[in-house]
Design a protein around this ligand. Structure first.
Ligand code: USQ
Length: 397
């Protein structure tokens, strides 16, 4: 297939590019390199030394013999170029990762909220409108998030996108209805992914677009089979307070003797997936496209759920790291349960990497190896969800 990978320079985008290129597909990366600019804005860098996208593509050609095509294009702000590109190239599939993905970054200031909404919602809508206008019929696979569901658990499993409900009509009869699972986003970033869902629903229904939305959990790990093939193909690894995700942060904190930064009691339960499984799931989803006229296909892309404090204890046991219970900069439930259905990927043959198998190698191969590149001052999470929380967090010793 000819596949356009929007956001193909990012943390999940880059390993997906390599995985699908190795599988024999013709890959076109479309990216505005905004993630690299945000590193510059924040004054942080990936734990792992990352080459330019052009250099990464050159190395992949050397290693694999496969050519990657890179197109510098800003989806959210260059609508006409995007449309022209789609008309010229007519991809069979489009994988859409091109969104600002950090919840803390999206809550940093009003400017960051506005940027995140403008970028993410426009990128998604521009893509959908341009596909219709170009008259093409690609399978669109979008990287969504588990976070659209929220965590107000009633003790029931979260289904894969849709909920069957019963309502009583005016005649007093009980009728069945299938609805999108109600969203309850916990940040402006998660809110944009909730808005994306409505855009997809509309374009699938109105224009017959074939869309799959992957509700992904928190990704951990760095390497995939392909990024291991050359040190210059290495994936990025974020550890800072805005972009670092919880488990990867704990791993590098353990490597530099920094007490593990548990927010509050650590009673938050979240869904997790290893980066290797993430790229496998995307390939599985690609091969299982909905037909035109069908509803958006939604998968829960996660393999395990864990409580934050259990993760901290597990890493502390493995490495001897101390644990710090810090005031939580976020507005979120202090404790929650989470049960998630992921039957569709298991049925398609996913055989997940578990935390027990993968953790130690991440600590040794990545966190310890690159520990010298860590700026300890960038470890604390300082972006607060509200002004009140900011004053509490900042005044706490
Ligand atoms: N947390 C800590 N200590 C830390 C960092 C985080 O206790 O040092 C806690 C947070 O308060 C939160 C939980 O860990 O309760 C998860 O935080 P996170 O930063 O690992 O994940 P999140 O902000 O939810 O976002 C990440 C990705 C996002 C993706 C999402 C999937 O950045 O792109 O959509 O995970 S999910 O969480 O399932 O919605």
């Amino acid at each position: 297939m000819k596949i356009a990978i929007l956001g193909g320079d990012g943390f999940v985008g880059w390993p997906t590019v390599l995985h699908l290129s190795q599988a024999g597909h013709e890959i076109h990366i479309i990216d505005n390199l905004s993630r690299r600019w945000i590193d510059t804005e924040l004054g942080v860098q990936s734990l792992t030394p990352m080459d330019s996208i052009q250099e990464r593509c050159r190395i992949w050609k050397e290693v694999s013999g496969e050519k990657l095509h890179f197109h510098l294009l800003d989806l959210a702000n260059e609508y006409e170029r995007l449309k022209g590109w789609l008309i010229d190239h007519k991809p069979d599939a489009i994988i859409h990762f091109a969104e600002q993905r950090a919840a803390p970054y999206s809550m940093k200031t009003d400017r960051h909220k506005v940027y995140t909404v403008n970028n993410n919602v426009n990128a998604t809508h521009n893509l959908l409108a341009a596909v219709v206008e170009a008259g093409i019929d690609p399978h669109i696979v979008h990287l969504g998030t588990m976070g659209v569901y929220g965590y107000s658990s009633v003790g029931a499993a979260i289904p894969e996108g849709y909920l069957d409900v019963e309502i009583e009509n005016l005649a007093g009869e009980t009728k069945g209805l299938e609805i999108l699972y109600p969203t309850r986003p916990g940040s402006v970033y998660h809110m944009t992914k909730s808005l994306d869902q409505i855009l997809f629903q509309f374009y699938a229904q109105n224009d017959g677009l074939r869309i799959t939305d992957l509700h992904q959990g928190i990704v951990w790990g760095t390497h995939t089979d392909q990024t291991r093939r050359h040190e210059q193909l290495i994936n990025r690894f974020d550890y800072d307070g805005d972009y670092g995700t919880v488990l990867n942060r704990f791993l590098i904190q353990a490597a530099i003797n920094y007490p593990l930064t548990v927010h509050g009691t650590g009673g938050q339960t979240r869904a997790f997936i290893h980066i290797q499984d993430s790229v496998r799931c995307i390939e599985l989803a690609l091969s299982d496209a909905p037909k035109s006229g069908e509803r958006v296909k939604i998968f829960n892309q996660m393999t395990e759920t864990h409580r934050v404090r259990d993760l901290a204890q597990m890493i502390s046991r493995l490495t001897g790291a101390d644990i710090a219970n810090l005031p939580n900069p976020r507005k979120e439930a202090a404790e929650n349960d989470l049960i998630v259905k992921n039957d569709q990927f298991l049925a398609l043959g996913l055989n997940p990497v578990t935390l027990e198998q993968g953790l130690l190698s991440e600590v040794v191969d990545v966190a310890k190896k690159y520990a010298h590149r860590i700026d300890r001052s960038r470890v604390p999470a300082v972006s607060a969800w509200t002004r009140d929380i900011a004053s509490r967090v900042n005044h706490d010793p």
